[in-house]
Design a binder for this molecule. Structure first.
Ligand code: ADP
Length: 570
């Protein structure tokens, strides 16, 4: 840790002296422009974020400070490349100096580490600042090619300005501010028919750690125009992509796109996506159930409907705590302190006050009037088998139940910033860690995992915020751990809870599909079949693509051979 001089970073990366850093940063500044480079010094106000800053983009660190007790996940400096050539030039310098580089798109990564690099002192590369063009939009095929800075909101505005929303919709995350590329690479999920973000990508361009540019899938096939451009010396990144880049994801040969997702083998500079053709009509609906244990019957009703396509959108189930948080601070519902749990009596009162149940399922059906009416009929009659369940379409949902209205915007393929607004008020300095486990898509299996998580949340003295989402043939048990980031003691309990959940899940043979940067090593260790052979293979591939081990060391629990893994894992 360095002092407070503005040119001295708070953290230097391993093996880099202050003199080498000064030399390296001068070269980076010379290449990309001084205005596109800055040092993260110790004098930076790391705690200067307030609750109202929820919408601010923190590029310097994990502003929820989730795992800072262990290793402070803060870079040495930030750079903002203007184009792919800058990305290559910075990579060349990182290779020369053996300087770790952490690429991000917008770096929001809410509850998974924000912009925090795994290795303190890394150079954080913010791709979104300048590389934010929509390069291609085919309104007939409903596909696009974008750069890392294009957010869901940007895409929606682009479609709105061109009066295209009656043709095309864009599936959004809970927060429209995220990068389409960043979210897909981290395998985030959305709500509508197009919720499987990674599954809806087609074609990508990446700069390898050594600086070469590759295009995966059909992008690797050069068309006559591209061949002519190549002959004329046009830079590869500027050559016209093949017409099937965003149409057909596989191409021929090994499908290597996965090397760039939740990994550290390249910097993705372009990606193709399938967008949602605007459906003839959309009917959002919601169902609530009265008892916590109704979750079991609800899941068993949902599963076959999900499997046979009656339920078209991804299933989203929220517990009462998550619903209540949307409408007000914790103190509106309980007199208990942050060290105690909200009591059952408090929950009963909250359910009454909000006129809701213990779980709320929000979904939608898509298609013509006749198709939607038939689907709604089937779904409604199945859901009403649960005693005490309450059913409403969006039209019948009163305005004050605004959560349903907000969620419905995503289901309609429209981006917004509504869903996580509860974080502004639930606790003082409210922060969250999210861990997303998977379980079998069966009532009893979901309940077993839910009950275990509930027990551990209770041990930690933290209210269990639960959001279940269907993901292929599993239910994703997204555990949201809320804490006051300025309360050391509570932050410690949140950390304990995250690590203990992972440990207990591992004992059951369960694991997660997405995680916080500070938990990646622990998660990687749960993939332990045949003595963790899969991670050993990831590391072999990484070592061959990144011989100097400069790109996002430790991302995904994948460590280059130049790092002593045993010393680094946390
Ligand atoms: P979002 O904009 O959805 O919040 P981020 O930009 O934070 O997404 O991306 C999530 C994570 O994915 C980052 O922490 C980084 O590790 C990785 N990532 C994001 N964009 C890229 C990219 N263009 N190339 C390589 N890795 C990326």
């Amino acid at each position: 840790v360095n002092g407070g001089s503005p040119s001295e970073p708070k953290y230097l990366p391993p093996g880099i002296s202050q003199a080498a850093f000064a030399e390296f940063s001068k070269k980076v500044s010379d290449v990309i422009g001084a205005e596109n480079f800055s040092v993260i010094s110790a004098s930076f106000d790391f705690d200067g974020y307030e609750d109202d800053d929820f919408g601010r983009n923190c590029r310097t660190h994990d502003y929820y400070r989730a795992f800072d007790d262990e290793v402070e996940l803060v870079g040495s400096s930030l750079c903002h490349p203007r184009h792919v050539q800058d990305v290559q030039a910075v990579l060349a310098l990182c290779n020369e100096y053996k300087f770790p580089l952490w690429p991000i798109s917008t770096g929001r990564n809410l509850a998974y580490g924000c912009s925090a690099p795994r290795v303190p002192g890394s150079l954080v590369m913010v791709l979104a600042t300048h590389m934010n063009r929509i390069l291609h939009l085919d309104t007939k095929a409903c596909v696009c090619i974008v750069e890392p800075g294009v957010t869901f909101l940007d895409m929606m505005e682009y479609l709105r300005e061109r009066n295209l929303l009656d043709k095309i919709r864009v599936d959004s995350s809970g927060l429209g501010w995220g990068s389409m590329i960043g979210n897909a690479l981290d395998r985030g999920g959305g709500a509508s028919l197009y919720g499987d973000r990674w599954g809806k990508h087609s074609g990508l361009e990446a700069v390898l750690p050594t600086g070469e540019i590759v295009r995966c899938g059909m992008g690797a096939v050069q068309d006559p125009e591209g061949r002519k451009q190549a002959k004329d010396g046009v830079h590869p990144a500027d050559q016209t992509p093949n017409e099937s880049f965003a149409l057909f994801p596989y191409g021929w040969g090994p499908v290597n796109d996965g090397l760039f997702s939740q990994a550290n083998n390249g910097i993705v500079t372009k990606m193709g996506f399938w967008l949602m053709p605007a459906p003839q009509g959309i009917t959002p609906f919601s169902v609530t159930v009265e008892k916590e244990a109704d979750l079991v019957q609800l899941i068993d009703i949902i599963q076959p409907l999900d499997l046979n396509g009656t339920l078209q959108s991804s299933v989203s189930l929220r517990n009462l705590t998550l619903e209540a948080a949307f409408y007000g601070p914790r103190s509106d519902y309980t007199k208990s302190s942050h060290k105690e749990l909200i009591t059952e009596e408090d929950f009963d009162k909250a359910a009454k006050k909000l006129n809701t149940g213990r779980w709320r399922y929000i979904g939608a059906v898509f298609g013509s009037d006749r198709v939607r009416a038939a689907l709604i009929d089937d779904i409604k009659s199945e859901m009403s088998k649960i005693p005490g369940s309450r059913w409403a379409t969006l039209e019948d949902t009163p305005e004050e139940q605004s959560l349903v209205h907000v969620r419905a915007t995503y289901l309609q393929g429209m981006s917004s910033m509504g869903e996580f607004q509860w974080m502004k008020h639930w606790l003082p300095n409210c922060s969250i860690i999210m861990i997303a486990a998977t379980s079998r898509f069966e009532g009893s299996a979901v309940w077993e995992q839910y009950a275990l998580a509930k027990e551990l949340f209770a041990k930690a003295g933290i209210d269990y915020i639960s959001h279940y989402i269907s993901y292929f043939r599993t239910m994703s048990n997204i555990c949201i751990i809320p804490y006051d980031r300025k309360d050391e003691e509570m932050r410690g309990r949140a950390q304990w809870l995250a690590r203990t959940l992972l440990k207990e899940w591992k004992d059951h043979g369960w694991s997660v599909f997405r995680t916080h940067v500070g938990l990646m090593d622990q998660v990687a260790d749960t993939y332990d079949f045949n003595q963790n052979i899969l991670w050993k293979m990831h590391e072999k591939i990484h070592n061959s693509l990144d011989p100097n081990g400069i790109l996002a060391p430790g991302r995904g629990g994948i460590w280059p051979r130049s790092y002593n893994k045993d010393e680094w894992i946390m």
